[in-house]
Design a binder for this molecule. Sequence first.
Ligand code: NAD
Length: 487
Amino acid sequence: MRNYHARPTGSHFIAGLYVEDDDGTPIEVIYPATGQKIAEVHAATPAVVRHALDAAQRAQPAWAAMSGTERGRILRRAADMIRARNRELSELETLDTGKPIQETLVADATSGADALEYFGGLAGALTGEHIQLAGGDFVYSRREALGVCVGIGAWNYPTQIACWKAAPALACGNTMIFKPSETTPLSALKVAEILTEAGAPPGVFNVVQGMGEVGAALVSDPRVAKVSLTGSVPTGQKVYAAAAAGVKNVTMELGGKSPLLVFDDADIESAVSGAILGNFYSTGQVCSNGTRVFVQKGIKAAFLDRLAERLKNAVIGDPLDMATNFGPMVSEGQLNIVLNYIAKGVAEGARLVAGGKRVARDGFYLEPTVFADVTDDMTIAREEIFGPVMCVLDFDDEAEAMARANATEYGLAAGVFTRDIQRAHRVAAGFEAGTCYINTYNDAPVEAPFGGMKLSGVGRENSKAAIEHYSQLKSVYVKMGPLDAPF
Ligand code: NAD
């Protein structure tokens, strides 16, 4: 094992410092490529949770009182520092998640830096408005911070999720307590360290570790004004309900079972690329993945042939090797969940055309897996698998494909491959999904809103839309003359 200097030096990061409390339940950090323990953190004790809440609450008024430009400068400085340290942060992200270094170098810390840069730039431009009334009276609105925000992360994009939540929250003058997934606790600590080094005052961005109960303790604390969760639908339902008790603002970025429609006039190479990106990038552990690939019957054989050929280019190996483009699953638990789904697919009559087995090496490796002849009623076509399992379904015409694509409780993403420009836009308009793609798949630039419809979530991350979810408007009515009353 190489010696990674970038390792965090404590379990939690509160009020500008690493904090340890050995009384907290130990959480082992396992490197997914070997199954070996590489670090240990402790779950936050109630004292640590209290310390984080105190720090965030204490820091918030002064942070909100700074000008947006000053806050933004700190966020942009953090973005530059992240870019300068991209190599070490990417290695840490690979150790945390098992994702190949060729991915983490371009998709994790860098996209976190994009968010800090974008919202840092926007911070000075946040304004209310002036609304003229009759007789010279007027109203002005003030865009104010919400207060203390809680961010709770999933394990697939630990750095990105921390930054996607921290950047708009901090830009708007909020402070944040972030709880990473217990599976990947390391990277968010580095984000906190860098924000502090960039000039964020103590308490502005804090990280505490723990399982669901630590998240639940944060969500239900009366000092918390807003909760932003990235996680599964069942967790989202619990967190949303707990937030509702305090009538708190929420952003919910939840799961999906997104459709990807390939019409027979599509550019087949691009469609196969879209299906690969939408099923096997990050070993299939991406919420917006297009896991139901509907292929029009006329192109089905050609699509499956090209897919089989392209799958031969998957390089399964050491994620720290630049040549590896397909890494292990994040954990043994997640690997077993996915293997169970594969067994169900076979039992329910889907045709396994690629993969399906654990790879014979250390770590939690699974072959990229493709099922063909999948039907809508099969478990693998209905439930989120969250692993490298592509389901290929056939269809005859557009109306049928649209009805089937939308016949799901989820609504995170959807994609279409076609050369017919009118059909492309008609299909995109018809999708019941928050994030849609035409002749591409799984892009998530910070400039565009990202989020789900239906059970996949509420609110949007990224873009100017996120500002609405991290600030509130106050209306101030001003009378310019004498005031009458009935008596
Ligand atoms: P999860 O729901 O098991 O856990 C998510 C987080 O919630 C973890 O930090 C966990 O500790 C915490 N948590 C669990 N119970 C809680 C409770 N009662 N109160 C507060 N916090 C609680 O999800 P996961 O397995 O870490 O991640 C995979 C899921 O996340 C998938 O469903 C995936 O689709 C989804 N996801 C969504 C997006 C998105 O942007 N829409 C992005 C990534 C992942």
